[in-house]
Ligand binder design. Sequence first.
Ligand code: SF4
Length: 382
Amino acid sequence: MIYSHETCLDDKLAFAKNFSTLETISNKFSDERIIQEVADKRLVVNPPYPYLTENELDTIYNLPFTRLPHPKYIKKGAIPAYEMIKFSINTHRGCFGGCSFCTIAAHQGKFISSRSEASILNEVKILTEMSDFKGHISDLGGPSANMYRMKGKDESVCAKCSRYSCIYPKVCVNLNASHEAMNKLYQKVRESAGVKMVTIGSGIRYDLFDYSKRDVREYIENLIRYHVSGRLKVAPEHTEDDVLVMMRKPSFSLFDEFYRVFMSENKKAGKNQQLIPYFISSHPASEIKHMQNLANRLKSIGLRPEQVQDFTPTPMTLSNVIFYTGIDPYTLKPIFTARNKEEKLQQKENFFWYKKNESNNTGYKRNESQANVKKFTGRKGK
Ligand code: SF4
């Protein structure tokens, strides 16, 4: 039994506690049934189905999909989202990253279900036979590209585990994080008849890289040599530990390390590719001082971020619950979150450190900042 709907309406603490119960139960192999009273009725959340086996997932992917948008869109011209995924292939479902702001674990689960090589290669063949396929597979991935085939070494240990992430705060000793299966798969796909290029469009988790391992070095080498479309997306999300802890993301030093490896492998491959890091401002625990530090840190390495977003609370996530309740549901400690538009805009502006002409507290040109606040809020900036 979790706190009733009515209790939660009156008591944010009860709502926060409900979230920690739900997240903990949903991250383990569990047959627990969750019940919540709502008025004079009871809401029953049944346990999820077990995660799909390779055979079951292959059966789904072997169904005769048309690979086309719904017919109702036929006369509506090109659909940008469809164009992006038209020639991409899913290799697996699930994500064990456990990032606080992301709902993927709530949709697909923490445990990875992977397709067989044969099923993926069969889809490659189907793609190459499509009349408008020009030879470029735009993605071979999943929620995180490099989790294909990863799972616990001893699944009986996983069966008793309730960690929300297999890699945060540290990579679990029971996780088999070998990249060997991906090395073989990428090679087979890029050598398939009719395929000229395969790029990885899904995000790469560099916190899974143990550079002492041969399979990891080989993965990075092949990735950079054959599978980057000029720009590789990664998601450090912030530079400051206070915020990264709340995001359940690793230290920025891991990004620094990967950045160096990426540049050096690029050089070896004779390529001039870019690493595109994603960042979020105004996430719970992010204060203006953290964003100023972020700007300074990015400036020190000459990084000009393009892919940035200001935090938007997403239902079913830890970050959303912190945003709404103002507390961490696990520690029950209060957490600061920037809420008004002025604060949020000031945080976001720090990403664009390279645009500043004169300093102020936020590190930006005062007049520009005021003008932006006015444009954004319809009010005059402070
Ligand atoms: S035991 Fe380790 S690998 Fe298995 S589910 Fe838990 S954290 Fe993940």
